[in-house]
Design a protein around this ligand. Structure first.
Ligand code: HSE
Length: 410
């Protein structure tokens, strides 16, 4: 019998308890031993639950219990999760977490502590919810030099964009529905402002490229500014708007990483990934493109990934898994504005003929895009591929024209 503790009985933590209890026999067979939840840390009590007697508000009861070998952290947030996880690893307990904020901020340090103590620190559920992505990236694709990872990494915003596009819901209606379904973070600004997706692309980039990419070094733009007009323009471009996290290894050993709404071509493998689904595309030098799709948020899909890690930790008590990356070095993350890109630019201008002359002089060949109901003074076009910095400087230099919107093309 292997004893486990769960820190945090919220959406994911309660799902973990449910899956462990519901599939106990099958899980025991796979883990090689029965798994018993011995303690659950939460400030709240749940007297209606059959396992109400397992709850404690005292973390030390778990930390000091040598019988507890695996701790599941599903509290979310950086503090006190970081202190608790670090203390558990230092006390000789393996840790499984779904907490992307924690892994994105402190993954290098916690992995090093786990390695020094011959323990496992596993976090499959921190990226892509129920999609197996970290283990395949680390193990199944190990033979490859990964060049690029791009993904729809936030279920809440993908769900919201889908509702806004297909059902004409307002931003607020779509967010309220996502929250009621348990998809959104406690603070939904982490979803809609792109920080959640940023943490996830940081974890993927750290694992794929070997050095920690910290969220503060990643340009991050969410979906709060997306309008109906953006949706129409994306369709007129033959694509669809998705919130994308993208990390690319550069030729000189740096990484370019950003999170932003982008227009994906309609035939791109991620363009059809809708609702709460996430999709991640990995490009390896031997395998080519590999795409992973599945439920990226929600109680049981996320618990599915957490419990798989618990089984793995139980099977490997005293034998560490390889999952690892190093701390970052200065200048590792390159300035994303120097990377070539294409954009859909929209300008307000009084004289559209004069505007087109200037646009041709500045950008060369462009593709003009029109939509019904556009303001009479609006001109919109897709730029050629050039560094974002150059695109922006040229836009600022156009006389009598005001840039009203820019959207990246994938
Ligand atoms: N709020 C997150 C999402 C939950 O919507 O993707 C899973 O990380």
């Amino acid at each position: 019998m292997i004893s486990i503790a769960i820190l945090g009985h919220g959406v994911v933590g309660s799902g973990v308890a449910e899956v462990l209890a519901g599939n106990a026999d099958g899980i025991a067979a796979k883990a090689g031993d029965a798994l018993r939840v011995k303690r659950i840390l939460d400030l709240r009590t749940f007297p209606e639950l059959p396992y109400a007697d397992l709850f404690t508000t005292d973390f030390n009861e778990i930390l000091q219990d040598e019988d507890i070998r695996i701790v599941v952290e599903t509290m979310g947030g950086l503090r006190p999760a970081y202190d608790f996880v670090k203390a558990c690893l230092l006390a000789g307990k393996s840790v499984v977490t779904s907490n992307k904020e924690l892994v994105a901020a402190k993954g290098d340090e916690l992995l090093a502590i786990a390695r020094e103590n011959n323990l496992n620190f596993l976090f499959e559920a921190s990226v892509g919810g129920g999609i197996p992505i970290l283990r395949p990236l680390d193990q199944c694709l190990a033979a490859n030099r990964i060049r690029e990872i791009a993904g729809i990494l936030n279920g809440t915003t993908n769900f919201m964009l889908t509702k806004m596009i297909r059902e004409g819901m307002s931003f607020d209606e779509a967010l309220a529905l996502a929250q009621s379904l348990g998809y959104a973070e406690r603070d939904p600004s982490a979803d809609v402002e792109g920080h959640d997706a940023c943490r996830k692309i940081c974890i993927l980039a750290s694992l794929a490229f070997g050095k920690h990419v910290y969220p503060q070094s990643v340009y991050t733009e969410g979906i709060t500014a997306i309008t109906e007009a953006d949706v129409q323009y994306a369709a007129a471009c033959g694509g669809v708007i998705k919130l994308i996290g993208r990390a690319v290894r550069t030729a000189d050993g740096q990484v370019t990483c950003l999170v932003a709404p982008m227009i994906l071509p309609g035939d791109h493998p991620l363009a059809g990934v809708s609702d709460v689904f996430n999709g991640v595309m990995v490009q390896g030098d031997s395998v080519g493109d590999v795409v992973f799709i599945g439920r990226g948020a929600g109680k049981l899909p996320t618990a599915s990934a957490v419990v798989a890690d618990v089984i793995d930790a139980a099977r490997h008590l005293g034998a560490r898994k390889h999952l690892f990356w190093e701390p970052a070095v200065d200048g590792y993350v390159a300035d994303h504005t120097l990377a070539p890109t294409r954009m859909l630019l929209r300008f307000a201008c009084a004289d559209s003929a004069a505007a087109r002359t200037q646009i041709a002089a500045a950008y060369g060949d462009v593709q003009y895009i029109t939509v019904a109901d556009a303001p009479a003074d609006e001109v919109a076009f897709i730029t050629p591929c050039m560094p974002e910095q150059a695109l922006t400087e040229k836009a600022a230099a156009l006389a009598g024209m005001t840039l009203t919107r820019r959207l990246r093309l994938f």
